[in-house]
Write a protein that binds this ligand. Structure first.
Ligand code: MN
Length: 536
């Protein structure tokens, strides 16, 4: 883009309170687009009124339209789009809270984000000036060609132009597509409510763009390309420095899991690499919790075993917890993955499967989650599991309780529900039992309440008894001991309706790309805890 856009941020600046900020602000072009092309974002913004801000990168700024009802894939619908002031590039992936009283005060989620292209040969700045712009969007929700057309010039108030936003009737068009039925962030998987309750970031719209972002929760450290390359270069034994710790790694070429068809087997080196790469994402679910390790040092073709007791010879830096209530002969000292290197250590120790306690070490009798475990029997088909999961989705919506589903990486689905601190395991177990029994009554042919496997006649069990001290479910993103190293991957609720969904369809080779694309879909379980409402 060579065109000088003039002073495209003037209107934005004029709306900010410069009494607090004497410096001039905004440097167009500060952050040029990647090779992928121009970027776009749609932010769901609950300010005085709910609206969606469509922002298209051009000439170093974000040209912006406020769309009260939001963009839709429905080609039969025209949406009002008010052309508002350009925003600084720094705002592109902002998700969080704008303090009340400041311009745009409210909460913002990145409802969709991706790249866009103007129609071939057109300069988008010229197109906007001329009042008609064709934009081909490649986002996670919005795809295909959208058209913005100026319908009315400046209103009588002399303020803002009214445009219309339309979806071209191309192959990505979907009749009846409902914007508000897709409420989650494309970055974090969270809803506007969840971000408002627990924001990661503030945007100080009273400050210059290069200082407006306030990080409330630092992003976790990621393993670097150089560190991963050093791991790849080690022989079968070696020292690896990662996350500031020196680890002695062994047996790196040991084949742990057979490969999927046409793929090489999964080695211990690959498990360790995965542990390092997934650690920043999985740490919030492990931190502060004793970890039960399911170890397969000989690979998954041999039986694994549970390891709770941390041996004496482990490195001093490993975080651990001494269980004051442990009976004699029981495990007394547990690994606690409070830092990412501890998960790498566990992987090297042969812990292929990670089960963190449902309650924190600091308060082991009070669970953080109520757990729903849809445990298929021999006669339960995947379609049956989906039916049961959808019934739980409906039931949770009905009682306004927020839960998050994940596939187990084997055949089932679990749903985790964050609960108010102080509930007992009796409380969560009783609540899940009532919910599951109500659901089981709808589809008695699918569900058995018999504890003896043979008496279940192959039917599924809705296993509320998992809600008890010292029982654990597999952690999100944990690998499972099976061909291809599938993982227990969080899913969005609407993926239950995706015919391509499989319970073991995500592996340690594919789930990192999925997180890069979709964000951490399990994040809502870290959101505000909930009371469990009476069910009868
Ligand atoms: Mn807005």
């Amino acid at each position: 883009m060579v065109k000088d856009p003039g002073q495209p941020l003037d209107a934005y600046h004029a709306k900010r309170d410069f009494a607090k900020t004497p410096e001039p602000a905004g440097r167009p072009g500060i952050s040029p687009a990647d090779e992928g092309g121009l970027r776009f974002v749609v932010q769901r913004h609950r300010a005085r009124r709910l609206h969606y801000d469509l922002r298209l990168e051009m000439a170093g700024v974000l040209a912006s339209w406020a769309v009260p009802k939001g963009p839709t894939l429905d080609p039969t619908v025209k949406r009002l789009a008010v052309h508002v002031e350009d925003h600084p590039i720094e705002y592109l992936d902002f998700e969080g809270v704008i303090p009340s009283g400041e311009y745009g005060g409210g909460d913002v989620i990145v409802w969709d984000i991706g790249t866009w292209e103007p129609r071939h040969g057109e300069d988008p700045v010229d197109s906007v000036a001329a009042g008609q712009l064709h934009a081909e969007l490649a986002g996670s929700k919005l795809r295909g060609t959208f058209v913005l057309v100026r319908s009315k010039g400046r209103t009588a108030h002399g303020e803002q132009e009214q445009w219309l936003l339309l979806k071209k009737d191309d192959e990505s068009a979907v009749r009846g597509w409902d914007t508000e039925a897709h409420p989650r962030s494309a970055l974090s998987g969270r809803t506007s409510e969840e971000v408002r309750a627990d924001p990661d970031r503030l945007w100080r719209s009273d400050l210059p763009a290069d200082r407006a972002l306030v990080v409330l929760r630092p992003q976790p450290v990621q393993v670097s390309e150089e560190e991963l390359a050093a791991l790849a270069d080690l022989g079968s034994i070696g020292r690896w420095e990662v996350f500031g710790q020196q680890l002695r790694l062994t047996n790196l070429d040991k084949e742990l899991c057979p490969g999927l068809d046409g793929e090489p087997p999964v080695t211990k080196r690959e498990l360790i690499s995965y542990a390092a790469q997934i650690a920043p994402t999985v740490l919030p679910y492990l931190r502060g919790r004793p970890l039960n390790m399911h170890r397969f040092p000989g690979g998954v073709t041999e039986p694994g075993f549970w390891n709770k007791q941390l041996p004496d010879y482990v490195p001093d830096w490993l975080p651990r917890w001494h269980n004051p209530a442990a009976k004699r002969d029981k495990s007394t000292t547990y690994l606690v993955v409070d830092e990412p290197a501890a998960l790498v250590w566990a992987a090297n120790y042969g812990a292929l499967e990670w089960h963190a306690w449902t309650a924190p070490a600091a308060d082991p009798d009070h669970p953080s989650y109520a757990l729903i475990d849809i445990d298929p029997g021999q006669a339960t088909s995947w379609e049956d599991v989906l039916t049961l999961a959808r019934l739980h989705r409906t039931a949770l919506e009905h009682v306004s309780v927020r839960g998050q589903p994940k596939v187990t990486g084997r055949r089932g689905i679990q749903i985790w529900i964050p609960v108010t601190a102080g509930l007992s395991y009796d409380d969560t177990r009783t609540w899940v039992e009532q919910l599951s029994k109500a659901i089981g009554a709808v589809v008695p042919e699918l569900v058995s309440w018999k504890w003896d496997v043979r008496a279940r006649e192959g039917r599924a069990r809705l296993d509320y008894t998992q809600n008890v001290s010292n029982k654990t479910l597999v952690a999100p993103y944990s690998p499972r001991p099976a061909r291809g190293a599938p993982v227990s991957a969080p899913i969005a609720w609407d993926e239950l309706d995706d015919p391509g969904l499989r319970p073991d369809g995500f592996t340690i080779r594919s789930v990192l790309d999925r997180i890069a694309e979709r964000g951490d879909l399990f994040r809502p379980v870290l959101g505000p805890p909930q009371d469990l409402p009476p069910l009868r």
